[in-house]
Ligand binder design. Sequence first.
Ligand SMILES: [Ca+2]
Ligand SMILES: [Ca+2]
Ligand SMILES: [Ca+2]
Length: 317
Amino acid sequence: MVGTWKRTRITRRSAAAGLAGIAAVLFGGHRASRADLVIAQLNSAHHVTFDAAVPDVLAGPFAGLGLDPLPQPGQLDSDSWAVLGLKDGDSAFGGSHAAGAFARGTSAGQVATGGMYAFGSAVDRWLGIQPTSLDFTPGSVLLRARNATGSTVGRFEVAYDLRYLNDQPRATGIRFGYAIDGGPFVDLAPLAFVTPLGPDASPGWKTVGRSAVIDGLIPDVGRLYLRWLGDDFGGTGARDEIGIDNLSLAFSPLVVSPEPASWVLFSAGVPAFWLASRGSNRKVSTIARSRSANRSARSACTVNVRPTRRPCSSDKW
Ligand SMILES: [Ca+2]
Ligand SMILES: [Ca+2]
Ligand SMILES: [Ca+2]
């Protein structure tokens, strides 16, 4: 039986803290000075591949060694990342979480122990989760970025790959959303993905690309929070493995557009011809073409969404 998204379950293991507590984890102050994924240049994509160090984001190739504000090689920088809903609790921005479910090490996949891994190979790793009844059901991965461009951002573009290994009889849903500074998270339903219910006959890692161009005001020195929210989505028994890779984020200046303010373009492998016909999205066209070069073997769908449009039919939402 295919499940339905349980929006309120994110607070299950944080029930005592409630939403206010979650907000404190996400937005509360832990240190006077924070790192974040610093976006200092407009119109320039910043990449996180988990294969190499990114200042203030991860130290060297990710090796599944947890999170720390002063990361050692193989760790994520907890000033930029938080992971919620693991068996060992929620990480805090700026906290040290380098043991247990936060640090399951590296693996090619097909593990059984729940928690956070560096899945993949020595040359291509990604931030991975093995969900269990106590890990990431529900759970969230959060990345925060800071506008250091010196001006107000009017539009931002985010793209990432979802990795999944469908070796188990449950389906796992992964949704994406964002929040600006202390504002509420906005869920981008068309970017959601659900792993298949029944396991593949010969399980192996697969990839789907997701990207969005979002109109939203990020003040100078303001923060953008990206959130990947996962949970069970039907079936019984063990759960598929999931991951995030090849993240890119770019900020664009505020521009005057004839489009309605609510215009949001979602895409996953957006055809260049479609974008080329839209002058206001010229820059997106460039990104789509560059990303399509190594995506020929990957699953992708195209969604051009105004608020009332349906998502990709294959995504079950
Ligand atoms: Ca597994
Ligand atoms: Ca990678
Ligand atoms: Ca499955």
